[in-house]
Design a protein around this ligand. Structure first.
Ligand code: NAD
Length: 264
């Protein structure tokens, strides 16, 4: 029997990277998946991958800053998929600038997408889970940066630390409904975000034109497994575990998948 048979999931940021890997992973274990992304074509592509593999998926072009859009996704998921059992609130962006040089817009956009967007996703989906009365699992995507700190990502770290705090309070509130709430804290993951110009510069501020290999060399020194980065599927394996009944008594947990970077 598949690990998520007869379940349904909503995954935000499912058009790319970790979200796409999680949507595919959850679907491969039997979940019907609603994929939410800012970019319609990307969400459609993940959904098409899932269908080609024999799974069930719907794609939604919605910005996680748009509460009405997320409410509609949740209503459609209940209507078309039969309910919501799993939420992976994962959509996020990154940026790089010294703290005192951040503009109001850079600070606010980061908080609006990475933190408020997670709260909005939960606000849209969880009432349906509560009224269905069959419990469920909410997995929030935070970051290892909340444990280690890093220069030039204050707005990102503040948003991801906020996500970890939100997770703890939600787990306290929702336990009585048998809804578990946990966070994954990825280290470096080989996605568009990691290889974006701004992230390369977080790792290599001294280089004029840093490449992924420059980043990898430095990142390897920072984790105890000497990897530098992991693949998106490595994070989705953790999401799958937290979403499944194998984690039925796990709630309120921050799970790093970081090659030990926080202790290296
Ligand atoms: P990614 O850029 O590959 O994917 C992010 C996805 O989120 C994209 O499809 C993008 O279109 C979508 N998105 C961005 N803003 C959105 C919005 N306002 N509304 C809806 N969708 C939106 O990056 P990723 O590495 O897969 O990142 C996924 C999550 O993992 C993010 O929350 C990120 O902060 C977190 N994370 C990533 C890393 C890493 O090294 N890649 C490390 C720690 C945490």
């Amino acid at each position: 029997m598949s690990r998520l048979e007869d379940t349904t999931a909503v995954v935000t940021g499912g058009g790319s990277g970790i979200g796409a890997a999680s949507a595919r992973r959850l679907a491969a274990e039997g979940a019907a998946v609603a994929i939410v992304d800012l970019h319609s074509a990307a969400a459609q592509e993940t959904a098409a991958d899932i269908r080609r593999a024999g799974g069930y998926a719907l794609a939604f072009e919605v910005d996680v800053r748009d509460q009405a859009g997320l409410d509609q996704v949740a209503a459609d998921a209940v209507e078309s998929l039969g309910g919501i059992d799993i939420v992976s609130a994962n959509a996020g962006v990154c940026g790089c600038r010294p703290t005192v040089e951040l503009s109001d817009t850079e600070w606010q956009d980061m908080l609006d997408i990475n933190l408020t967007g997670v709260w909005r996703t939960v606000k849209a989906a969880v009432p349906h889970m509560i009224s269905a009365g069959s419990g469920g699992s909410v997995v929030l995507t935070s970051s290892v940066v909340t444990f280690v700190g890093a220069a030039n990502v204050a707005h990102y770290n503040a948003s991801k630390s906020g996500v970890a705090g939100l997770m703890k309070t939600l787990s306290a509130e929702l336990g009585k409904h048998r809804i578990r709430v946990n966070a994954v804290h990825p280290g470096n993951v080989a996605t568009d975000m990691l290889f974006s110009d701004s992230t390369l510069r977080v790792f290599c501020p001294d280089l004029e034109d840093p490449t992924p290999e420059d980043l990898r060399e430095r990142a390897r020194a920072g984790d105890v497994l000497g990897q530098g980065w992991v693949e998106a599927v490595d994070i989705s394996n953790a999401v799958l575990y937290l979403a499944s009944d194998e984690a039925r008594f796990v709630t309120g947990v921050s799970l790093p998948v970081d090659c030990g970077r926080r202790i290296g």
